[in-house]
Write a protein that binds this ligand. Sequence first.
Ligand code: AMP
Ligand code: MG
Length: 348
Amino acid sequence: MMTDTAPGPALGEPRLSLPLCILLTAVLALTGCGEPRPYKETRFMMGTLVEVSVYAPEKAAVQAVSRAFDRMAQLERVAHAGHEDSPLARLRRGEAVVLEGDLARILEAGMAVARASSGAFDPAMGELVDLWGLSMDRPRRPSDGEIGEALARKAGLALPSGACCPGGAPVWMDLGGVAKGYAVDMAVELLVDAGVASGVVNAGGDLRTFGRRPGRGIWKIGIQDPDSPQELAGVLQVGQLSVATSGDYQRYFEEDGVRYHHILDPATGYPARSGLRSVTVLAPDCVTADALATAVFVLGAEKGMKLLEGWPGAEGVLIKEDGTVLLTGGIGDGIRFERAGKGIRDQG
Ligand code: AMP
Ligand code: MG
């Protein structure tokens, strides 16, 4: 099997500096004799490697792909608190911010999943995410006291609702669990509007395919093995769809032999220990797939499967700590999953 979009395991030391640990769900493009090759470009943005791969005549492809990257860069400035003038940074300083446009839509998608997951997905985790330093270049284990205080402040914090946030108390919004998916959706929208017939936008494993892949029709998407992320646990075959993966191997650091990863349980303020190592969600749009994957990771297998089974158009592949793979009911017909990893057992 040849992959022409490499998993790109910029793996490295367990003790990480930025990029902490960047791994990509592979899009396996098996290119046969005489099949057209996509035009591809990769850039580092939103804390990960983003690859846009399209089937279009070269001149049109270059232009459209460049505009898609511009759009994602614009969204990065909107949805990441690291940009000093971003609405999120201003909210953290207690400034008044009007919630509109892209920001409002990202938050709305996140809040829908927050409600459906009883808060397992929580866009108000900003202070805790910062404390752990996992979105930045300074991961550290905060003291239990620091975590308790941040949790107590979070409990008293009402996320702004409606269009306007009047300012006053700091609002610690973090959209890291949903914004990449939205950026992928917007990039695909732009490419389709530009007349590109088919392609894939892949932001570090949060990806969306569009159109029919020339020659084969379907897209093959590799799911990484959490135990050895340079290998695949399985391969999905899908049509036009979004796929997002949340896993404990994607961003983490180790201290005194303990691994601390980047998906926090809003109930405890610590990295979620739900018995899952990886959650891949398939959905018609990537913003939903992204938020659901984070939520299901926190919820664990039983509640997570229930959430996915009840969410229209969503499917999932869950890998448990013991290597068991759980599949939602809709996988097997239009969407195929073949396991590839050693020691992975199917169930469900
Ligand atoms: P993902 O990689 O999509 O699962 O999202 C993880 C990112 O979302 C983290 O780096 C944080 O910025 C943020 N995050 C962590 N825990 C949560 C949570 N429980 N709910 C919402 N966002 C979270
Ligand atoms: Mg997510």
